[in-house]
Design a protein around this ligand. Structure first.
Ligand SMILES: Nc1ncnc2c1ncn2[C@@H]1O[C@H](COP(=O)(O)OP(=O)(O)OP(=O)(O)O)[C@@H](O)[C@H]1O
Ligand SMILES: [Mg+2]
Length: 163
């Protein structure tokens, strides 16, 4: 696998007679940026699902930092360092933007069951710092579900950064 961060080889996924992903290979080096473009129905989302464990490929493999993660569960893949956002934002709509990022940090630290401490204070500083990195953000206290679609992507990015 060399220095590759992420490497997919020969990924295939069919839904009935539709070959949504047909022998796709790609590799990413550390620090490399890559865009995946294609028309509606080209298979982009399906490919992301395969890379992040939401779908199992019919054929092919995915390696992350040299480790074969094919068919691992999404949480296991996330813990190994591969995060994603979704086409439609998947956030906790009643939590604020900041709280959404705190949830990711709590989960990464396996602090999902903490008694006797005010959860609002946990990882507060780190979540604020992460949001500042994601972009100029003045609506941290607003419920994520109240944001317009474009802006509601930010908590998702914060979720990813929070791992
Ligand atoms: N769960 C599913 N069951 C059946 N067919 C599916 C399923 N998911 C995707 N498909 C089909 O697979 C093909 C690829 O879909 P996919 O959503 O991956 O494309 P996309 O490139 O993300 O499209 P868009 O640009 O519209 O988001 C399409 O023909 C779609 O209808
Ligand atoms: Mg899509």
């Amino acid at each position: 696998m060399g220095t590759k961060l992420l490497e997919a080889r020969g990924l295939c996924k069919a839904f009935g007679g539709i070959r949504a992903v047909d022998h796709v290979s790609l590799s990413l080096a550390p620090g490399e940026l890559c865009a995946l473009i294609g028309p509606n129905g080209a298979g982009k989302t399906t490919l992301f699902h395969l890379l992040t464990g939401l779908l199992r490929p019919d054929a092919g493999t995915v390696h992350l930092r040299g480790k074969n993660i094919t068919a691992w569960s999404p949480p296991r893949i996330w813990r190994r360092g591969l995060s994603r956002t979704f086409q439609l934002p998947e956030v906790f709509p009643y939590l604020s933007v900041l709280e959404n990022v705190q949830v990711a940090l709590l989960s990464a630290a396996r602090q999902t069951f903490v008694l006797l401490r005010d959860a609002a204070l946990l990882w507060h500083k780190q979540a604020s710092a992460l949001l500042a990195e994601v972009g100029p953000w003045r609506a941290c206290a607003r419920p994520s579900g109240h944001l317009a679609l474009r802006r509601s992507k930010t908590p998702g990015v914060g979720h990813c950064a929070g791992q």
